[in-house]
Design a binder for this molecule. Structure first.
Ligand code: NAD
Ligand code: DAU
Length: 336
């Protein structure tokens, strides 16, 4: 029988890439993309797919999923939750939006999935473990130690998923990944934002000393790995899927400006409050069960990313919406 998937947040950066992967791997499947289309989501991210008959788009909020007509009795082969408020800087100003979608929204989805007996995969982040010391790596049983309101909301969602597994025996699992990058990422995040600024010859605002370390995973490489759990669902498990190599922000910026062939100056601005110096997750549990994560080199991934943004400059228009402008006024006001 044809499979039926529900992909929440499928009009965002990673969700839309996952929909593409799912579409290709399961040509008979029916895919419902549910997304409320915040400033960060766009139907354009689905390209031609949203006109295809086996993909249905529902403009809806995950918090309301229990009351959506037509979905009440639908059992899905898998529900994947990418829907979230995701920008750490915004979580400093709009904390309640993060609590609403990331915590209450996840709770609504868990209830819906219990009612319809659908397995749910919650997409989480390395940020829930908080900062890793030098040489320290976090496995799935490490303590949760979130720093920002964003990370705290994601950790809270993870706790709800874990509680549902224990309390109700719910068919649920969590995947925690590291920094993804690639096409269609909303240009508020480091890599696309700096491409946007560099194209205009504007200085690049590096927070603090720029020596914070992140493990960058190309979005297609993450989604290819994630696809493997569809056929062998890890009920009750938490799995880390992170990039192997880590880079300082300054190194990423150096590689980016080399590819862009620009000499835009770096401007060291005030640091992000509670800015975690380093994230580091251990993906061996995933690799032992599903095989290695095939990841491209950062330089190759950055080249592909830059090429995509150069051929889709219209994505930068999304920075002009009132919502994004309001945030930027607040965030960059008085920043030196
Ligand atoms: P994104 O901000 O690009 O997309 C989020 C999507 O969710 C958007 O399409 C938005 O419209 C939708 N959405 C927001 N609130 C919603 C709601 N209440 N109901 C329905 N839809 C809603 O995010 P992303 O970078 O693609 O991240 C996807 C998931 O992966 C998130 O859960 C995030 O925490 C996690 N994650 C992201 C990264 C990363 O580097 N981007 C790394 C680790 C984990
Ligand atoms: O680690 C996974 C997380 O990666 C995800 O859970 C989040 O949803 C995602 O947004 C991302 O969070 P980061 O805070 O790491 O991403 P961001 O692109 O905002 O920043 C990357 C690094 O660059 C971080 O150390 C902050 C720094 N930075 C960012 C911006 C936007 C700057 O120095 N200057 C900037 O203007």
């Amino acid at each position: 029988m044809a499979r039926r998937f529900l992909i929440c947040g499928g009009c965002g950066f990673i969700g839309s890439s996952f929909v593409e992967h799912l579409w290709l791997k399961y040509p008979d499947s029916e895919i419902i993309v549910l997304d409320v289309l915040t400033y960060a989501g766009s139907l354009d991210n689905l390209g031609e797919l949203h006109t295809e008959s086996r993909l249905q788009f529902l403009e809806a909020d995950i918090c309301d999923i229990g009351a959506l007509p037509g979905l009440e009795d639908v059992q899905f082969d898998l529900v994947v939750n990418f829907a979230a408020e995701t920008h750490v800087d915004r979580s400093l100003y709009y904390t309640s939006d993060f609590v609403r979608t990331n915590v209450l929204g996840t709770d609504s989805l868990l209830s819906f999935c219990r009612k319809t007996d659908s397995p749910i995969l919650q997409i989480s982040t390395d940020e829930v473990y908080g900062p890793a010391r030098e040489n320290e790596t976090f496995g799935e049983t490490a303590a949760l130690n979130p720093s920002s309101p964003y990370a705290a909301s994601k950790a809270s969602a993870d706790l709800l998923v874990m509680a549902a597994i224990k309390t109700f025996g719910q068919k649920a699992a969590i995947v925690r990944t590291s920094n993804n990058y690639g096409p269609r990422q909303f240009p508020e995040k480091l890599i696309p934002y700096f491409i946007y600024l560099a194209r205009q010859g504007k200085p690049l605002p590096v927070y603090g000393d720029g020596k914070q370390q992140r493990s960058w995973l190309y979005v297609d490489d993450f989604c290819s790995a994630l696809l493997r759990v569809v056929d062998d669902f890890p009920t009750g498990e938490i799995l880390n899927i992170g990039a192997t190599r880590e880079y300082t922000n300054l190194e990423v910026v150096r590689q980016l400006t080399t590819i862009l062939e620009c000499e835009t100056p770096v401007n060291h601005v005030a640091d992000r409050p509670a800015h975690d110096r380093r994230y580091r997750i251990d993906s061996r549990k995933f690799e032992q069960r599903y095989g290695g994560i095939n990841e491209r080199d950062l330089s190759d991934g950055l080249r592909q990313t830059v090429a995509w943004y150069q051929s889709h400059p219209e994505i930068f228009d999304r920075l002009r919406t009132q919502d994004v402008a309001n945030f930027r006024d607040k965030h960059y006001h008085n920043r030196t």
